[in-house]
Every structure is written in structure tokens, then in C-alpha cells.
Design a protein around this ligand. Structure first.
Ligand SMILES: Cc1cc2nc3c(=O)[nH]c(=O)nc-3n(C[C@H](O)[C@H](O)[C@H](O)COP(=O)(O)OP(=O)(O)OC[C@H]3O[C@@H](n4cnc5c(N)ncnc54)[C@H](O)[C@@H]3O)c2cc1C
Length: 436
């Protein structure tokens, strides 16, 4: 199979140095660039959670793995996200069972409910210094439709044996410090990590067991070769029988239709300095991470040093302006009026890869070439899990034994105009949220 990618957009332009995570993360080793002609058993493109998790599993099996990134580990969404470890899809469990059928649907749900444990186990196994806190994750009801959603979500997960608990208004307020929500569902096995430290720590872990991590190596082409595939950058190439593409919302056009199968939406966040102890006791005192059921979701948490971090949908730019961020400051004060005099010196944004069905996609693109993308804002756990599934698939695991369906690649029609569609959708969602 041969094709010519149309343009090479370098994700390196989408800088992330303004984030809180960049300031507080563990150091990143200086990884070399790809140069000359190299060989491997598997080439992984993209060093976010998905690619690195695949690399860890493959290297642990003794496979010769090369990981290439246009920038460095964690440069994409993995280094910019909210760090909320969420053991659930956006979809309700019954909906998943309907989409995939009883047997596969239940296998997918079982896998999704284990994603948080997979993250925290990996952190423990490699002693990754990413401030792991498995203190639970709450989804709070926004508006009357949110109450129904939370109740049925709780019931459906409980029926499947997930460690969930329904929190009524007073108990919710006691655990979170905000009185804004009437009801919430607590996922006891959820929690938080420092997202960039987690990604960097995964790269260190992968390298410690033999994976070759290469940075500043933007892949420009994937072409058939006598030994399978040749993956090329401006300075070199790697040939391998197997290729894993884990470029998610930061993808460049390296495979026909892949980039067009997701819509990259921007989500922005702001963060405070460390809150004084008295104030910190009023903000997320017990459960430290939560989100609500709004269409334009508010998600918020505290970090290791008691900084308050809040995020929601943002404009199409990596560096939101002060006025873009004002809506988040207002949201923070609505949730926690005690934050009214708090400054928010950090603001940043990242691309969330959305699929039209809101479910992550796993593809086999050609013999030996696999891709997974579109975690729809749930990729800390799901990306880590998808990496494991990609590793198994690339080593020849039969589709029937994978806990996730391999689907056809479907580029979204009129993808080039996605910004117009997204603007219209956001305006509509904002209105619907106001009337919820
Ligand atoms: C602002 C924000 C908040 C979020 N909050 C949460 C949250 O709280 N909880 C949660 O579970 N999820 C959250 N998410 C989603 C989560 O961050 C992602 O689903 C996850 O990080 C995806 O990981 P990944 O490895 O698939 O992709 P990425 O981390 O995006 O990695 C892709 C990598 O591919 C590289 N790349 C791209 N093209 C090429 C190329 N041609 N050659 C070489 N390398 C290339 C990029 O440089 C990048 O490093 C959030 C996302 C954002 C943006």
C-alpha cells in the first residue's frame, strides 16, 4: 500500500510550557532523535499514555520497540490534561452493552471499570513519581436531567459490581466542599495523577526495560517495505514488521483518513497557587477530583500542593487569553465562593480527540499496522488500557480475545470544516446547559 501524505503539520507548534503540569513535573531525560537507518520489531508513533503503555507491555515481553514522538513524552494531551483517573466511559453501561451486544459489551465494561486500577498499579510497579491519589472520583448532577443521569449511571455500574456510591446533597457537600450539586456518583477507585509526570514516568519505565525512546522525531511517512513497514522522519527511518499509531488529537496526516476520524476540541484549564490550609480544607476536602454532567463539562481537582485546577471547553488555541479564562474563574467562584480572592496565574489548553459516537476507536489499518484514538476526555485510564490492547493486537492476538472491538476507519465527512461545526455545537450546548 502506498500513499502520499498531503501536508506535514508539526504538532511541535502547539506549545505547552504555560501549564501548571509543566512547571511541577518530574524532569524529562534528553532522549535522542531518530537518525540513520534502524530496525525494530515494533515502531510506536506517539509517546503519550497510549503509545507508552503499548511500549511498556511490548518491552516487558522482550520485544525490540522504538517509540517516536514529534516532540517528547507527554507533549500531547497526556501532558496537559486534568489528571483525573476516571474508570468509566461517557456512555452509560447499558448503552455500551446495546452498541456492542451483550457479551462483548460486558467485556468492554469490565475492562473500562478496571482502567483506574491499571493506572495506579503501573505507577506502583515502576514507582512513577506522579503524585498518585486514589481517593475517588465524583460525577455530580447538573440540573434535573443530570439527576436522572447520575441515578441511572450509579444503578448500571452497581449492577456490574463496580465500586460506586450515590452521594446525596449533604454528603456530597461534606466530601467536596461545594453545595452546588444535588447528587453525585462516587467511583471509589478513581483518583488523580500529575499527568505530565505520569507520561514522563512511563517513558522512563519503558526505557528501563529496553524500549528505545526517541524525541523530536516527527514521522512523515509510513510505507511498505520488504520487512514490513518503513517509518521515516526527516533524519532517518525505522523498519519493522509492526507499527502502532498512537497520535490521537495531535495527529498529523500520516495515514489516510486517520486524522479525519476524530475531531480535536480544545479544553482549557486554569490553576491557583497553593491554597492556604484553611482555604484548602473548604475546597475538595475528602474527594479531590470531580466533574459534572453538563454538556460543556466543568472538571476540577486539587494537586499535590493544594492548588485548585479547573477546566472546561475552550477556544481553538493552545494558550487561552485572560478573557477566555474568565469563565473558568467565575465557575471556580460559583463552586467555591471562598475562592473569590484567589488568583489563577496558570492557564493552558490541549486537544481532546472526540469521536462522533463518543467511544474510543481501535483500528487495524493494514497487516501489522494498528491505531487507537479518540478517548473523548477519558484517556488517562483508557489510553493506558488501550496501549495494552494495542500491544496484544500487534503481537497477533485474535480479535475474539481482545476486550475491545476492532472497527473500520471512518473519516468524518466535511472534516476540514470541523471548526464551524464545533462552534455551532458549543453555542447550542451552552444554551442547553443554561436551561438544564
Ligand atoms: C485539556 C485536557 C483535559 C483532559 N482531562 C482529562 C482527564 O482529566 N482525565 C482523562 O482521563 N482524560 C483527560 N483528557 C484526555 C487525555 O488527556 C487523552 O485522552 C490522552 O492523554 C490521550 O493520550 P494519547 O497517548 O492517546 O495521545 P497524546 O497524549 O495526545 O499523544 C500523542 C503524541 O503523538 C505525537 N505525534 C503526533 N503526530 C506525530 C508524528 N507524525 N510523529 C511523531 N509523533 C507524533 C504527539 O507529539 C503526542 O506526543 C484531557 C485532555 C485534554 C486535552
Amino acid at each position: 500500500m502506498s500513499f502520499n501524505p498531503p501536508v506535514f503539520e508539526d504538532p511541535a507548534r502547539d506549545s505547552f510550557e504555560t501549564s501548571l503540569w509543566h512547571e511541577t513535573a518530574i524532569a524529562v531525560p534528553r532522549y535522542p532523535k531518530l537518525s540513520g537507518r534502524q530496525k525494530a520489531e515494533v515502531v510506536v508513533i506517539g509517546s503519550g499514555y497510549t503509545g507508552l503503555s503499548a511500549a511498556i507491555d511490548l518491552a516487558a515481553q522482550g520485544k525490540d520497540v522504538v517509540v517516536l514522538d514529534a516532540r517528547e513524552p507527554g507533549f500531547g494531551a497526556s501532558g496537559r490534561n486534568g489528571g483525573q483517573v476516571i474508570p468509566a466511559f461517557k456512555y452509560d453501561p447499558d448503552g455500551i452493552a446495546k452498541v456492542y451486544g451483550e457479551e462483548l459489551g460486558e467485556a468492554v465494561l469490565d475492562m473500562v471499570s478496571k482502567t483506574a486500577d491499571v493506572v495506579f498499579d503501573l505507577v506502583r510497579r515502576f514507582d512513577i513519581a506522579c503524585d498518585p491519589r486514589q481517593t475517588g472520583w465524583i460525577q455530580a448532577a447538573y440540573g434535573s436531567s443530570g439527576i436522572d443521569k447520575v441515578k441511572s449511571r450509579h444503578r448500571q455500574w452497581q449492577q456490574r459490581g463496580a465500586p460506586v456510591e450515590l452521594l446525596e446533597r449533604d454528603e456530597l457537600a461534606r466530601q467536596t466542599g461545594t453545595g452546588l450539586y444535588p447528587l453525585g456518583v462516587l467511583f471509589r477507585n478513581g483518583g488523580t495523577v500529575q499527568p505530565l509526570s505520569y507520561a514522563r514516568g512511563m517513558a522512563i519505565a519503558a526505557a528501563s526495560i529496553g524500549a528505545r525512546i526517541l524525541a523530536y522525531s516527527l514521522v512523515r511517512a509510513i510505507e511498505p517495505d520488504a520487512s514490513g513497514w518503513r517509518v521515516s522522519t526527516a533524519d532517518g527511518s525505522v523498519t519493522a514488521a509492526r507499527v502502532i499509531i498512537a497520535t490521537n488529537g495531535y495527529n498529523t496526516p500520516i495515514w489516510p483518513g486517520l486524522r479525519e476520524s476524530v475531531v480535536p476540541l480544545y479544553s482549557m484549564q486554569i490553576a491557583s497557587p497553593p491554597l492556604p490550609p484553611e482555604l484548602s480544607r473548604q475546597v475538595l476536602p475528602v474527594v479531590e477530583a470531580m466533574a459534572d454532567t453538563r454538556r460543556l463539562v466543568w472538571y476540577f481537582r486539587k494537586d499535590r500542593d493544594h492548588r485548585f485546577v479547573i477546566g472546561s471547553r475552550g477556544p481553538f488555541k493552545a494558550r487561552p487569553s485572560e478573557s477566555d479564562a474568565r469563565t473558568l474563574v467565575e465557575a471556580a467562584c460559583k463552586l467555591f465562593p471562598a475562592l473569590r480572592d484567589t488568583a489563577f496565574p496558570y492557564r493552558w489548553a490541549g486537544r481532546v480527540a472526540m469521536t462522533t459516537d463518543q467511544i474510543p476507536h481501535l483500528h487495524q489499518l493494514a497487516p501489522g499496522v494498528f491505531a487507537a484514538l479518540g478517548c473523548n476526555g477519558r484517556g488517562v485510564g483508557m489510553g493506558t488500557m488501550m496501549g495494552k490492547i494495542l500491544a496484544a493486537a500487534s503481537m497477533g492476538a485474535e480479535r475474539q480475545v481482545l476486550p475491545y472491538p476492532v472497527s473500520e476507519l471512518h473519516p468524518i465527512p466535511f472534516h476540514a470544516f470541523h471548526r464551524v461545526g464545533v462552534h455551532a455545537m458549543i453555542t447550542c450546548y451552552r444554551m442547553l446547559d443554561q436551561f438544564s
